[in-house]
Design a protein around this ligand. Structure first.
Ligand code: PDD
Length: 277
């Protein structure tokens, strides 16, 4: 990563600076987006632009760029960085003002930042991972892709201290999602994932997997499932833009089914990889 898009300019990353009075720094008052690029082509661009718009709308920031302007910024970064496969990170905060005040002034100028990192799309045999079941201690608007991620980070730290890749979170025994991914289980050949309500981020990998499953005539249910259903599942996997689909072989001390990547997960991984090119 060398070039940063910052408020209309493209600057080398060591020169990209923002105010210490930026509300993103002081209050985590901002949102972000993470978009994969395969072979020079942004993946689900319209959907990512819609989610960006939804997050901005939810916190009352006027979109600083249209989707077409974002695409131009992305294409410029891709050509400068000479990357085929990349992850575009976008962050928009409410902007900076002095002195610090919880209540922002109206009509602030947002801080807009974006950059690319190289991406190696997952390939080869998927390796099932171990995850930790933890209580979801986050706020009640997890549908907003907010940079306020302290809850997620504490959960990740707790999970990694117990040897888990990602936490799988529950509220009162109902699975929600991970700290940076969505979760699915398979039971009796049916694919089940929690509904895209305010307790989870509506992952676009999740949405794509649901579409692929429906297209392959796999039965799909968007419904909350319990920790007991998780432990009794035939298969379990997580999804995110950067990891695509990762099978889960173990939750805490419990092995899920036989701990291997199950046939439905394997089929969805193959369909996903075929769909990205
Ligand atoms: N995280 N849930 C949470 C809390 C997330 O942070 C993410 C993504 C997802 C999956 O969304 P998608 O399939 O659109 O990536 C679900 C990104 C990758 C991140 O924070 O870097």
């Amino acid at each position: 990563m060398s070039l940063i898009y910052l408020n209309g300019d493209y600057v080398p990353h060591e020169q990209a600076k923002i105010s210490v009075f930026d509300r993103g720094f002081l209050f985590a008052d901002g949102i972000y987006e993470v978009l994969p690029v395969y072979q020079g082509q942004p993946f689900m661009l319209a959907e990512h632009m819609q989610r960006l718009h939804n997050s901005l709308h939810a916190i009352g920031i006027t979109p600083p760029h249209s989707p077409a302007e974002w695409e131009a910024i992305l294409r410029h970064l891709l050509s400068i960085e000479q990357l085929d496969n990349a992850i575009l990170y976008i962050q928009i905060t409410r902007g900076a003002e002095f002195p610090r005040n919880h209540l922002p002034s109206p009509n602030m100028q947002p801080t807009v930042m974006a950059y690319l990192v190289p991406f190696t799309p997952p390939a080869g045999e998927p390796t099932p991972v171990k995850v930790e079941l933890l209580e979801d201690i986050r706020w009640l608007r997890c549908d907003i892709k907010s940079v306020s991620l302290l809850g997620n980070i504490l959960l990740k730290l707790q999970s990694s201290a117990s040897g888990g890749q990602e936490p799988i979170l529950h509220r009162a025994g109902r699975i929600t999602e991970g700290a940076s991914c969505n979760y699915f289980i398979v039971k009796d050949n049916e694919l089940i994932t929690p509904p895209a309500d305010e307790l989870i981020l509506a992952g676009l990998t999740r949405q794509h997997v649901l579409n692929l499953a429906r297209g392959a005539h796999i039965k799909v249910r968007e419904q909350a499932f319990s920790t007991a259903e998780l432990f009794a599942a035939d298969e379990c996997f997580m999804t995110s833009a950067t990891r695509e689909i990762i099978p889960v072989g173990q939750v805490g001390n419990e092995i899920i089914a036989d701990g291997h990547c199950g046939p439905v997960t394997q089929q969805l991984i193959e369909l996903f990889r075929a769909s990205r090119s």
